[in-house]
Design a binder for this molecule. Structure first.
Ligand code: ZN
Length: 74
């Protein structure tokens, strides 16, 4: 499977390691390699809720906030 991984630019609240975002065909995964903990959201769902095509806005900050919250609470 094709995976794209980028550093998220934030630190893991549990171990202090760099958070990363991994994208596959269907999901965006957010997590820490050190802890081996990841949460995921369906890309289609994120696009539907965070991309406003009319206003040409991609709310990346909103996505990151949601994924961070999910990571910390799951
Ligand atoms: Zn960690």
């Amino acid at each position: 499977m094709d995976l794209t991984t980028v550093e998220a630019g934030t630190r893991c609240p549990f171990c202090g390691g760099l958070m990363e975002i991994v994208e596959d065909e269907k999901y965006l995964w957010f997590g820490c390699r050190g802890c081996m903990r990841y949460v995921k959201r369906e890309k289609r769902d994120l696009v539907r809720r965070y991309v406003n095509y009319g206003a040409r806005i991609f709310d990346w900050r909103g996505i990151m906030a949601e994924l961070s919250r999910l990571y910390e609470t799951s």
